[in-house]
Design a protein around this ligand. Structure first.
Ligand SMILES: [Zn+2]
Length: 117
């Protein structure tokens, strides 16, 4: 029984490079940074929406962090042109794993310039 339960969780992987991501942490130094966030070794930045209700704000934070905190720059970037977005759902922040009954969503933003153009 306990083995079956464990098998229902999976590590949270970066949708861009498939590496296992680090646990999101509180972000210091920005009035816009309300959500826990981290970055991936591939250059993607991600932020955690713990409730699945804050999507727009969480995405905006990830985008702003990807733009080094420069709001003007962030607003001037175009999805699919300057950056790509992806999501990881069913994230459980206590387990730091994906779990079928969890509602957390990780919003990923990766600038295309970082991928080497
Ligand atoms: Zn990555």
């Amino acid at each position: 029984m306990s083995k079956l339960f464990r098998d229902r969780t999976m590590p949270a992987l970066c949708p861009f490079c498939r590496a296992e991501v680090r646990r999101p942490v509180e972000v210091e130094g920005g009035e816009w940074y309300d959500f826990a966030a981290e970055s991936c070794t591939c250059g993607a930045v991600f932020a955690l929406d713990p409730t699945a209700r804050n999507g727009g704000a969480v995405f905006l934070q990830a985008l702003l962090m990807a733009a080094d905190g420069d709001m003007d720059r962030a607003m001037g970037l175009g999805e699919g042109v300057d950056y790509d977005v992806d999501y990881v759902k069913k994230y459980n922040s206590e387990l730091h794993r994906l779990e079928p009954n969890s509602f957390g969503t990780l919003y990923f933003v990766r600038l295309r310039a970082l991928a080497g153009d």
